[in-house]
Write a new protein. Structure first.
Ligand SMILES: *Cc1c(COP(=O)(O)O)cnc(C)c1O
Length: 456
């Protein structure tokens, strides 16, 4: 597919410049090459409030080079060694690779990107230009996506318990697809948006997932019939069924069980006179690949055939992947701002303090049950990105965020070479449920994002 994206982001071939500059506001796009400007100006004009006029540069360089340049800039600006802020590198090429991977393995299933996992404006724009749909959970997520020029038919408002004013907003904007899992929600929708296209979210087994969502959402199977009867009595338009196996699902068979349940719900619906035409298989797809862990391919190999076996081709099948698209695309670099030596009999241990933490981008440790791993980025001006050589000179240490709270620990026990204030660490696979949930507790600002495209 020769996409706008390729011209927007992957413009190297047509440009001698190593960067593509775009403004986040499509209406005032300025670019360093013609191809990119065509793509960007082809996006509908925006009066977005969430996007600023600030220029965004997409570097057609390696992640390593962009980090090197950034650190060099800090030196050049004669900052104190510990003064630079933590920063992310977001690789739009990696997001694009995940898109290609999806199309290769689950061609029938249309992804609706779950905005909550990472509402980064460039990611959303890229996925919009690739024709994806979006799963939004609130008014402002819907606003952001609509402002990006996405047609309301490409949005599913996938929050089963919605604030009345948000439903009214969805109605005004013709964002018709929305989920429900209880009768009270049906009465609310009947009043506020009777023409909505409703999707019944059923409860599935999420015991194999890192973040279980079934505690909060999902209609148990025994409630499916009464709920659908209520919808029928209210004259509401239920168009299909959705589920979510839980975020960070570690067992591909959870998807299979869920598809079987969805089929049962379809049959109950048909018996009541509904003509369901939409199956939404939700999110939960793995993000970054970890050794011996579940992979997207494993899930696809189970989910694809299960869907085909139980749902005829006239049923439209969508999904709501979040983590899958963004987890591996973002790396965060943190500077060491403090070190404490813990003296011990045989070997000293060290505690390092870095400039982003649990209350910031690393909230994923707490909220998303992620494990994060520090790697050495630079030490005494020397650069170690991607260096896998075993260093015998490593010491036991722990890594801490900058706030005054002791919960702010990023790595309790790890081994690193001896670091000093001004050295840097990097942490990969930090794209999902990180920046978006960062707070500014204790007066620390959110880390900025530099963009690269490594897809050529
Ligand atoms: C969070 C969420 C998603 C995305 O989940 P991932 O595990 O990131 O894929 C999708 N749909 C709904 C309804 C969600 O709440």
């Amino acid at each position: 597919m020769h996409t706008e994206l390729e011209t927007m982001v992957y413009s190297k071939a047509s440009s001698a410049a190593s960067t593509t500059t775009a403004t986040t506001a499509a209406a005032t796009a300025t670019t360093t090459n013609a191809a990119a400007s065509i793509a960007i100006s082809s996006l509908p004009k925006s009066t977005s409030t969430t996007m600023s006029e600030q220029e965004v540069t997409i570097h057609n360089l390696s992640i390593e080079q962009v980090i090197k340049d950034k650190l060099a800039l800090m030196v050049q600006e004669k900052m104190d060694p510990d003064q630079g802020s933590a920063f992310f590198v977001g690789d739009l090429g990696e997001v694009y690779r995940q898109h290609l991977r999806w199309k290769a393995h689950l061609p029938r299933i249309e992804p609706f990107f779950a905005v909550k996992s990472n509402p980064d404006p460039m990611v959303v724009r890229l996925l919009a230009s690739l024709g994806l749909g979006f799963d939004c959970a609130s008014k402002s997520e819907i606003q952001q996506v609509l402002n990006g020029g996405v047609d309301p038919s490409r949005i599913i408002y996938a929050n089963p318990c919605k604030q009345a004013s948000f439903i009214r907003y969805a109605s005004q904007q013709s964002v018709a697809k929305m989920t429900f899992d209880n009768a009270e929600e049906l009465y609310k929708i009947k009043k506020l948006y009777p023409k909505a296209e409703l999707v019944l979210r059923i409860l599935t087994d999420d015991s194999k997932s890192l973040c279980q969502l079934g505690l909060k959402f999902g209609a148990p199977m025994q409630t499916v019939e009464p709920l659908l009867k209520t919808a029928k009595e209210l004259g509401l338009n239920v168009i299909g069924v959705s589920f979510h196996v839980g975020s960070g699902c570690l067992d591909e068979h959870a998807f299979e069980d869920a598809v079987v349940r969805a089929r049962e719900a379809f049959d109950i619906g048909h018996a009541l006179g509904f003509e369901f035409s939409l199956l939404d298989v939700g999110g939960g797809f793995p993000g970054a690949d970890v050794q011996d862990g579940i992979t997207f391919e494993k899930v696809a190999a189970v989910l694809g055939p299960a869907v085909d076996a139980l749902f005829p081709p006239n049923v439209r099948v969508i999904a709501e992947p979040g983590r899958y698209f963004v987890a591996s695309a973002f790396t965060i670099c943190t500077g060491v701002i403090g070190r404490r030596t813990v003296e011990a009999d045989n070997a000293n241990k060290y505690m390092y303090y870095v400039n982003d933490g649990m209350y910031g981008s690393f909230n994923c440790i707490l909220f998303d049950h992620q494990q994060v791993y520090p790697k050495i980025l630079s030490r005494d001006g020397q650069f170690y990105y991607g260096d896998t050589t075993d260093d015998n000179n490593q010491f036991e240490c722990s890594v801490w965020g900058p706030t005054c709270d002791s919960i702010d620990c990023l790595a309790k026990e790890t081994r690193l070479p001896l670091l000093d204030v001004g050295d840097w660490l990097y942490w990969e696979n930090m794209g999902a449920y990180t920046i978006c949930a960062a707070s500014q507790f204790n007066g620390f600002r959110k880390s900025e994002v530099l963009y690269v495209n490594t897809f050529h």
